[in-house]
Design a protein around this ligand. Structure first.
Ligand code: ZN
Length: 303
């Protein structure tokens, strides 16, 4: 299993389609699973991808439209039935907490674990920090309050150069200090610089998930040069006139955000059900930004 990957459970939009499932994505990072949105049936695609319910501790909702939320009661019920759940934290707005709590209190009242809520606001903020990951929000422009999420690895520790530490007889208890960047002082007083004993940390990777939003030129700077960017592509340019009034973007606009942010790759999605073929989304985006990945259910993308 890769250390940092993005699993697409659903990349359709609100109107039901036989070609796509409603929005849901799972970010897998070092064995922990973080779900972004939970459209109807998300748990089935979660199982199809052989993801582990026991590893799911955080669910991030981008906004309170049904195609991003309706899968939650089913998913929570299943985790309860399986008895595999530890505490589960749902990150959502106050209105989401209120509405979902009422549903869970009635339908999931025997859940053998605590469902916690982290109430977020539609503004820029760091909302979760784990040992090795930071999650922050960016407000988007949709028809209701909406945020995107950016998952950023914390800078890792330096790697020990075993050959050199052996050569300089560095004791084992010093290794954590070396990883943190300390020099080694030998018993004779000679200082061995850290760069001699270690190699630089692996690159810290990042994934941004920008769900329903109209085109925001200023978004690129807020996201920054992430390695992988999901930006909704509900429409093609031929329907651009519909996009902004409905709070959505075209594939071309998503590509402009990816290009301006300096993103590594763009992942498409949230396709309108009016289209019978997804390939034009990729072609249209690639006219602006070359590194486009055409999203589909079941896709696993390495960050
Ligand atoms: Zn929406």
């Amino acid at each position: 299993m890769s250390l940092f990957s993005v699993h697409t459970l659903g990349c359709g939009s609100a109107r039901p389609s036989l070609r796509h499932h409603p929005s849901s994505t799972v970010v897998s990072h070092r064995g922990s699973l973080y779900m972004v949105d939970c459209g109807e049936g998300a748990q089935l695609n979660f199982m199809r991808q052989r993801l582990s319910f026991a590893r799911l501790r955080h669910i991030f909702l981008t906004h309170l439209h049904g195609d991003h939320v309706f899968g939650l009661p089913g998913l929570v019920g299943t985790i309860a039935l399986n008895g595999t759940g530890g505490d589960l934290t749902i990150h959502t707005f106050e209105e989401g907490r209120k509405q979902l709590k009422a549903i869970f209190d009635y339908f999931c009242r025997d859940t053998p674990f605590e469902i916690k809520f982290n109430v977020i606001e539609p503004r820029e903020a760091v909302i979760l920090e784990t040992k090795n990951l930071t999650v922050r929000t960016i407000p988007l422009k949709h028809r209701v309050p909406t945020v995107g999420y950016v998952f950023e690895e914390k800078p890792g520790q330096r790697h020990i150069n075993a050959e050199m530490t052996r050569f300089h007889e560095v004791p084992v208890y010093m290794m954590n200090n070396l990883k943190a960047g300390a020099d080694f002082v030998r018993p004779d007083g000679r200082v061995i610089p850290n760069e001699v004993l270690t190699t630089p940390p692996s690159k810290a990777l990042s994934y941004a998930h920008m769900s329903d939003t109209m085109y925001m030129p200023e978004l690129a700077e807020k996201i920054g040069p992430v390695d992988l960017l999901f930006h909704e592509t509900t429409y093609l340019e031929e329907h651009a006139a519909m996009a902004a009034p409905r709070g959505h973007s075209t594939a071309r606009q998503a590509a402009m955000v990816a290009r301006d942010a300096g993103a590594g790759r763009l992942l498409t999605g949230h396709y309108s059900s009016r289209y019978n073929d997804d390939t034009p989304f990729m072609k249209e985006a690639q006219e602006v930004f070359p590194n486009v990945i055409l999203n589909r259910e079941g896709l696993v993308t390495e960050v």
